[in-house]
Design a protein around this ligand. Structure first.
Ligand code: KG4
Ligand code: ZN
Length: 341
């Protein structure tokens, strides 16, 4: 007998994207709607939490309606609702969580609270229908830089982490300092393409006795010092060279630790997740390093690297299959740790 399909409505509102998606059986995206607030936050040079919450409130109903329409479905076709409940901005998270709870109650459909980072990792399941745990995953977003072993669906062993800034945060700060604006990652990525990665040697931070941990604060300070010095001496800054040199140091740190982890822990499968994994240089470098070492490299399409709700529905599917259910007491948890519920 054929197994019945399981259709999940995913909702994501942890930062500055209001998103809803419909995903069948954890891996087949039937719709993926993302309403980005970037244009508005750009004016302020970063995400303004209060504005983010208000915009989520304004947009969330329309985004969900569109996700259902694009999937050719109505609420009655949905088996369960998955929603990001942390980590993220509390006011922003609360909009998605309240919406999901209201829908779950009104429709009588099960609710599954999802960890945002678990969602990022699950984006790989959408991209690669054959990918199954265990594998090593480098998680690089605006708030997280984690090296983890994905033991099973939703089961993570954290092997390394950033001691200070997340990789995305470092990108955003450097972009702001050279006047590229917000969001910095894609802008530094683009500027780097015409720059020389060896023009300026920036230090690649190391955490003594913790070979899998990352540190980006020294690198960030070195870049800021370089800019200040140039400004004081009236020297013109070559922005593409500076971006490419900064990026070289970041990518080298990310790739070398990930490969070391995969080799030492005996894994052949290496995945990436989170906004920074959309970075073109990082993707190429990780792919090349994996090829050299006879490993498989996985990373989601750019639209599934940055925040979206399809990844939340995908992660929600696996939690739902395990029997996880959230009640109407589900709350936003701004600093939710990976692996916690
Ligand atoms: O995963 P994400 O969309 O949101 C969080 O969960 O934080 O990640 C956002 C981060 C931002 O810091 C952004 O600058 C960075 O991902 N990012 C990139 C690229 N696209 C987004 N960083 C480097 N290169 C990119 N192409
Ligand atoms: Zn994210």
């Amino acid at each position: 007998m054929q197994k019945k399909d399981c259709v999940i409505l995913g909702i994501e509102s942890s930062c500055d994207e209001t998103a809803a998606a419909v995903v069948r059986n954890g891996r087949e995206v039937l719709s993926n709607i993302i309403s980005s607030q970037i244009d508005i936050h750009t004016v302020y040079g970063g995400v303004v939490p209060e504005i983010a919450s208000r915009l989520h409130c304004e947009n969330i109903n329309g985004v969900i309606r569109l996700a259902l329409k694009d999937a050719g479905m109505t609420f009655s076709d949905i088996d369960a609702i998955a929603v990001t409940y942390g980590p993220g901005l509390v006011g922003a998270l609360l909009v998605g969580v309240s919406e999901a709870k209201a829908l779950s109650y009104a429709l009588g459909k099960p609710l599954v609270g999802v960890h945002h980072i678990e969602g990022h990792v699950a984006a790989n399941f959408i991209q690669y229908p054959e990918l199954e745990p265990p594998f090593v995953c480098l998680i690089v977003s605006g708030g997280h830089t984690h090296l983890v072993i994905v033991r099973d669906y939703g089961e993570f062993e954290i092997i390394g982490r950033s001691r200070d800034d997340a990789a995305g945060e470092a990108y955003d700060k450097v972009a702001r300092a050279v006047g590229l604006g917000y969001p910095g990652g894609p802008k530094v990525d683009k500027a780097s393409q015409t720059g020389n990665p060896h023009a300026i040697v920036f230090p690649e931070g190391e955490v003594k006795d913790h070979p899998y941990d990352f540190t980006f604060s020294g690198l960030k300070s070195a870049v800021l010092n370089y800019i200040n010095k140039a400004n004081m001496t009236g020297t013109e800054i070559n922005v593409p060279d500076l971006c490419a040199s900064f990026q070289y140091a970041v990518v080298d740190a990310l790739v070398s630790r990930t490969l070391r982890c995969a080799k030492e822990q005996g894994f052949q499968k290496v995945a990436m997740a989170g906004g920074v994994s959309a970075n073109s240089t990082l993707r190429k470098a990780m792919e090349a390093a994996c090829r050299e070492n006879g490993m498989e490299c996985y990373y989601p399409a750019p639209v599934y690297c940055t925040d979206n709700a399809a990844m939340i529905a995908a992660a929600g599917y696996y939690e739902y299959q395990k029997g996880v259910r959230s009640g109407t007491d589900l709350n936003a948890v701004p600093n939710l740790k990976l692996g916690e519920r």
